[in-house]
Design a protein around this ligand. Structure first.
Ligand SMILES: Cc1cc2nc3c(=O)[nH]c(=O)nc-3n(C[C@H](O)[C@H](O)[C@H](O)COP(=O)(O)OP(=O)(O)OC[C@H]3O[C@@H](n4cnc5c(N)ncnc54)[C@H](O)[C@@H]3O)c2cc1C
Length: 491
């Protein structure tokens, strides 16, 4: 056997010394529009992870960390590197029923966490619109929820974590110990080290339900005014935006406002706190959920989505008329999980799929900037099929995406025919957002250029991050397609 072949077949040992299987796989961003084929490693314990890192060092191979693969763009996509899939390190190590503090391996998903916590009367403080991200991936992107204006990002709920560096050392990190690293690794998109263990606070809840009400708005300014005014009266706020509406109806849509129930308000908390009460229905209008994406595919073009958006807007009058209602936490938080694999409606082959463009804009500039994003997209005939508006607040993390303002997330369909034009279009929109003092979120990005990223963080933050990278990962072991694209000096 040649030395080259022997090296190719050499596998790092498991903790017990036996070799570990490795495979080559196409690894996509969640939106399917970007991806690459790479060899993939799936450590199940910190010992196996350390052995995998040692093997990568010995072979001078770079690694791309991946959790659940739920970032829309290329954050967890390899770039000439091998993939370190961390989703199998997924044990909840402890949960304190008195304080609600969870001690988890980083591959634990948001779903695992809420299913563990809810029957004990707790709900994660911050969740994304899907329950499938891992805590490691969520911390690496510093995810936010529909309550960002009230509780901040997930980093604010994290008490401490263990970070395994590329050389196999493990650092204990918290606000008190290694404080700079705490604020850099959270939101550091897997560039500084591997989260192996995360201690995170959860929220006490007195019911498995929330009070939810729908409020229609006729144009984007009305939604912004409502979100601004109602922050103090809400635990969650989110607005759906119809990207096809024009003129005086630009940015029309439906706001959902929710609040927790206070102690005693739920007469049957033991029943609503059960998992059975939370589980989403298995079928929609009699169609098994797993098949619904096929029906959505029939409408997945501009005229079809114009129709769906209009029907949704007009039908929402009924919801508003019905008034406030109680809804289970999971149903409210994970609306996007209702239809499994709905993204497949966008097409699954030949550079098809979707990208999300989420712009974070300071309060005073938001209305004008969001108007421009919607109008520009309509003028270019690249209309977003889905729009979502949220209120945010600043946070202390080095590469934070949040601002004292709002975000507008726009889902764009990707097709081979329009792909290049769409990337250029997003480039123009990004310039608009940066001119307004705005920022972007790496978990949702696929199109930003390196020069644009240089403009979006507070002065000095990127330099401090690059210095930490030099100290902690001098061989640049951790890279991704995202880091190559937006911060090539790190890769
Ligand atoms: C339908 C949908 C709705 C969403 N809604 C929201 C939302 O409301 N709010 C929001 O903020 N986000 C939202 N997201 C984005 C999602 O929450 C983030 O992309 C999150 O980071 C995904 O976690 P993951 O485990 O899938 O990580 P991946 O996507 O696999 O990886 C994300 C990043 O984390 C790094 N990473 C992964 N594991 C580790 C680890 N153990 N240690 C160090 N680095 C690691 C990767 O290198 C990568 O840079 C949504 C995504 C989808 C698909």
């Amino acid at each position: 056997m040649s030395e080259a072949l022997r090296q190719l077949l050499a596998l790092p040992p498991r903790a017990d010394g036996t070799p570990r299987q490795r495979a080559c796989q196409h690894m996509e961003g969640w939106g399917m529009a970007v991806g690459a084929t790479a060899r993939i490693w799936r450590p199940e314990t910190p010992q196996e992870l350390r052995a995998t890192l040692a093997d990568a060092r010995a072979r001078s191979v770079q690694l791309t960390q991946r959790g659940g693969g739920n970032s829309y763009g290329d954050a967890a996509v390899p770039a000439g590197s091998e993939v370190l899939d961390l989703s199998r390190m997924s044990r909840i190590l402890a949960f304190d029923g008195t304080s609600g503090l969870a001690d988890c391996e980083s591959g634990v998903t948001i779903e695992q966490l809420w299913r563990h916590a809810l029957p004990l009367g707790y709900w994660p403080k911050v969740v994304s619109g899907t329950m499938f991200p891992t805590l490691g991936g969520a911390a690496a992107m510093n995810i936010h929820g529909k309550n960002n204006f009230a509780v901040g990002t997930i980093g604010e709920a994290i008490r401490s974590f263990e970070l395994m560096l590329a050389d196999g050392r493990v650092l204990e990190v918290s606000r008190e110990q290694n404080a700079e690293l705490f604020h850099a690794a959270i939101g550091g998109f897997g560039m500084l080290g591997v989260f192996t263990r995360i201690r995170i606070a959860t929220q006490r809840v007195h019911s498995g339900d929330l009070w939810v009400r729908g409020v229609r708005h006729g144009r984007i300014e009305e939604a912004l005014d409502f979100l601004e005014r109602e922050q103090v009266n809400s635990d969650y706020l989110v607005a759906w935006i119809d990207g096809f509406a024009t003129g005086s109806a630009l940015g029309r849509g439906l706001i959902h406002q929710a609040r927790y129930l206070v102690p005693g308000e739920d007469e049957h908390p033991i029943a609503t706190l059960t998992l059975a009460h939370q589980d989403l229905p298995r079928s929609i209008l009699g169609v098994p959920k797993s098949e619904v994406w096929r029906a959505l595919r029939l409408f997945n073009h501009a005229p079809g989505m114009r129709l769906i958006n209009a029907v949704k807007f007009h039908a929402s009058a009924l919801e508003v008329w019905q008034g406030p209602r109680r809804q289970a936490h999971a149903a409210f938080a994970f609306l996007l999980d209702y239809v499994p694999n709905w993204k497949w409606a966008y097409g699954r082959h030949e550079e098809r799929g979707l990208i999300q463009f989420q712009a974070f804009v300071p309060r005073a500039q938001a209305a004008e900037c969001f108007r421009a994003l919607l109008e520009c997209s309509q003028a270019a005939s690249l209309v977003p099929f889905l729009g979502v508006l949220k209120r945010h607040r600043p946070d202390p993390f080095l590469l934070t995406h949040a601002v004292d303002g709002y975000s507008l997330a726009l889902d764009f369909k990707v097709e081979p025919r329009t792909r290049a034009a769409l990337w250029e279009h997003c480039g123009r929109l990004a310039d608009c957002v940066l001119d307004a003092g705005g920022r972007f979120y790496f978990a949702k990005d696929a199109t930003l250029r390196a020069d644009q990223v240089q403009r979006m963080f507070p002065p000095g933050n990127l330099e401090r991050f690059a210095e930490l990278k030099r100290q902690l990962d001098p061989q640049r072991r951790f890279v991704s397609a995202l880091s190559r694209r937006v911060l090539p000096e790190l890769a």
